[in-house]
Design a binder for this molecule. Structure first.
Ligand code: ZN
Length: 304
């Protein structure tokens, strides 16, 4: 008897709960979901990677680089179940086309502290919180030699990227609450690479990925999606993996009240499945990249 995927982890799982859920999925999938650690956090926690599929097109999803932004993690657990456990003709087709790697909870030390940064009391310099740790999502800079990168979580993801060269990278985060001019609340924001170092082809494919995600999140998950006002720094994963040549996307789920958390997890789950479907049947690359400009700008913060 298979457990319902929604029951596998709570919305803000501990690293132990993530490990246990992944082990359950690996068992239930009869080996179709494979697990490994791609490194260790500063406190020695495993940086968990789950892989489904053996196809030639590689995808990389990353969740919870910021420890206090958890909801991509339960979405990834659900997606791994949904893609790896059933064995229908569609599933076999998808897994023959794609290899999907998921870094599940990239910042376990931050997760246990409910903090943005990793845990490194010696952290200093730009993008560090002194005495606390580093902002992992500012240390993917492809111009920095990996051995000089002080952040083990970022190094592990970068090394995995270089070992696998995924066509697509999607990075799942959370943001605050924002109101649109029409009075509706943003439930998710997305953005493609904006670094001037990213090549035109990678930016085009990132925009196509954004268009596909906008459509799926809006019409399949009922999300109100806006454009994230992100910066151009090449150390941000969204930019870094675009600079390296992947179609890259940032997904930011808004931090909504508890009754809306399941819908937020569902939005990320739909993003993960729609991205996989579009990469497998190549409809992803038929989207009009110019349509990304029609994604509305994010409005001001909700008065709180
Ligand atoms: Zn974040």
């Amino acid at each position: 008897m298979l457990a319902a995927p929604t029951a596998l982890v709570p919305s803000e799982p501990t690293p132990e709960q993530v490990g246990s859920a992944l082990a359950t999925i690996a068992r239930a999938s009869d080996g179709r979901v494979r697990l490994r650690a791609i490194g260790q956090s500063n406190e020695g926690r495993p940086l968990r990677l789950a892989t489904v599929g053996r196809g030639p097109t590689r995808l990389l999803y990353v969740t919870q680089q910021h420890g206090d932004e958890p909801l991509g993690t339960p979405a990834a657990i659900q997606a791994l179940w949904a893609l790896g456990v059933p064995d229908s003709a569609w599933h076999r087709w998808l897994r023959s086309r794609l290899t999907i790697d998921v870094v599940v909870q990239a910042n376990p030390d931050g997760a246990v502290r409910d903090q943005r940064w990793n845990h490194d009391p010696s952290a200093t310099g730009e993008f560090a919180q002194p005495g606390v740790g580093y902002d992992i999502n500012r240390f993917h800079n492809p111009l920095t030699p990996i051995e000089e990168n002080p952040v083990p979580e970022s190094r592990a993801v970068l090394r995995w990227w270089h070992a696998t060269r995924p066509a697509v990278v999607v990075d799942y985060h959370m943001q605050g609450r924002y109101l649109q001019p029409d009075g509706r609340e943003t439930t998710a924001s997305i953005l493609w690479p904006t670094s001037p170092l990213a090549g035109a082809d990678a930016v085009t494919r990132g925009r196509q990925l954004a268009v596909r995600n906008y459509t799926a999140m809006t019409y399949l998950a009922g999300a109100n999606v806006t454009r994230y006002p992100g910066g151009d720094y090449e150390g941000i994963a969204r930019n870094a993996y675009g600079v390296l040549g992947s179609a890259s996307l940032l997904v930011e789920l808004s931090n909504l009240p508890p009754e809306q958390v399941p819908a937020q997890i569902r939005t990320a789950f739909v993003s993960m499945l729609a991205t996989a479907q579009g990469a497998a049947d190549r409809t992803l690359w038929k989207a009009d990249p110019a349509d990304a400009d029609a994604i509305p700008a994010r409005g001001p913060s909700l008065p709180g």
